[in-house]
Ligand binder design. Structure first.
Ligand code: UT7
Length: 344
């Protein structure tokens, strides 16, 4: 009896409605900082940065009046236009970011205001570099439950607002950017078919963080003097954890869904370091032409990386109905996870 119930429950889950990505859009500011520019500010060089990270340049929003909500607002406007729907049709807006315009109100509410999505509810989600995957999973569950039919999920960060340009270990890595998707009920057999998310605060909380400006260390002259409003990272430690977690999760997603190197169209990985991307692809047995990488031009845009990749793939006509995608990310927390999407 118990076995039958379990089988019934499983089948029910399998048959549950899925969420599909029905539009993508991205926004990268026009300002560019090249490795050569950084050579003038820091004791570093183009060869080191390219060989250790794969990054050649990153985009920077130079206008101080344009914060994360501006980047995400540009994405939101494009998403409506591309899908051909009005702002009034959006029921939920989730913005994944770790660089909100301010602690409150949420950046999602600011985006709602920018596009005039007066029927939506809106909130921010902070899972650092895994923010977009966590938000996509959250948004998808509102479609799967039948609660909503149109959900906007955006990942964006103005990393230049928290990067210390006198710290060569982090200044070379990050850039500004945002991108997002619209989620709607999927056709049978398409959409987000599997998700596996993880967090490990015990091992992750001390290696990638910004300590100033929260309730533990509210802004004071002292927190500013101690540069606590900037990112601090133990790069080597994070690198080791990221390589293992991204590769393991990608392999797990493949195994759970009977995917192999042949039937995967694209690995869409978080863009933190080309060496991490390469290690993940190698573990999956994927050749370079199936691996999305634009880190050379944008660096690490945190919550922006994966949706920027999706938007570029779509712009370039590289996503087709039935294309199997594996999305995988790793970031501060630690947070990490993977997804299997069959493109609709
Ligand atoms: O997206 C969120 C998750 N974040 C990540 O996944 C980032 C993970 N970490 C990394 O990508 C890499 O650890 C970094 C790119 C941050 C650093 O690369 P690494 O190969 O781990 O270098 P390292 O920190 O072990 O440093 C190697 C050497 C050191 O010199 P010594 O001690 O060997 O003499 C550093 O001082 O390179 C030096 N170094 C630099 N040299 C030139 C560190 N940064 C630089 C630099 N330019 N910018």
């Amino acid at each position: 009896m118990r076995k039958n119930m379990t089988t019934l429950y499983r089948n029910n889950l399998l048959e549950r409605m899925k969420a599909a990505i029905t539009a993508t859009a991205k926004y990268l500011p026009s300002g560019v900082i090249t490795n050569t520019d950084l050579e003038k500010l820091l004791e570093t060089n183009d060869e080191w940065i390219r060989s250790r990270t794969g990054i050649s340049e990153r985009r920077i929003e130079k206008d101080p009046a344009r914060a994360t909500s501006f980047l995400c607002g540009e994405v939101a406007g494009q998403l409506l236009e591309k899908r051909g729907i009005s702002a009034a049709e959006i029921e939920l807006i989730i913005v994944a970011t770790m660089t909100p315009d301010m602690l409150f109100p949420s950046t999602a509410c600011l985006v709602q205001s920018i596009i005039g999505a007066s029927n939506a509810w809106a909130f921010d989600l902070n899972a650092a570099c895994s923010g977009f995957i966590f938000a996509l999973s959250t948004g998808a569950s509102f479609i799967e439950s039948g609660a909503h039919k149109k959900v906007m999920v955006i990942g964006g960060d103005k990393m230049s607002s928290v990067v210390d340009y006198s710290d060569r270990s982090t200044a070379i890595l990050f850039g500004d950017g945002a991108a997002g998707v619209i989620l709607e009920p999927a056709e049978n057999g398409y959409g987000i078919l599997d998700t596996k998310l993880y967090s490990d605060g015990t091992n992750g909380k001390d290696h990638l963080l910004m300590t100033g400006g929260g309730s533990l260390h509210p802004a004071t002259h002292e927190t500013v003097d101690k540069r606590m409003h900037f990112i601090h990272q133990d790069g080597r430690q994070v690198f080791k954890s990221a390589v293992t977690a991204m590769a393991d999760t990608a392999a797990e997603i493949m195994h759970r869904n009977n995917l192999d190197a042949e039937n995967i169209a694209w690995l869409v990985p978080h863009q933190a370091n080309q060496r991490i991307i390469h290690a993940t692809a190698e573990r999956m047995g994927l050749s370079d032409e199936k691996v999305m990488s634009n880190i050379a031009h944008y660096g690490n845009t945190t919550a922006g990386t994966i949706p920027i990749c999706l938007a570029e793939l779509e712009e370039q006509g590289k996503l087709h109905k039935g294309s199997n995608l594996v999305l995988v990310s790793f970031g501060a927390g630690y947070t990490w996870g993977g997804m299997y999407v069959r493109w609709q």
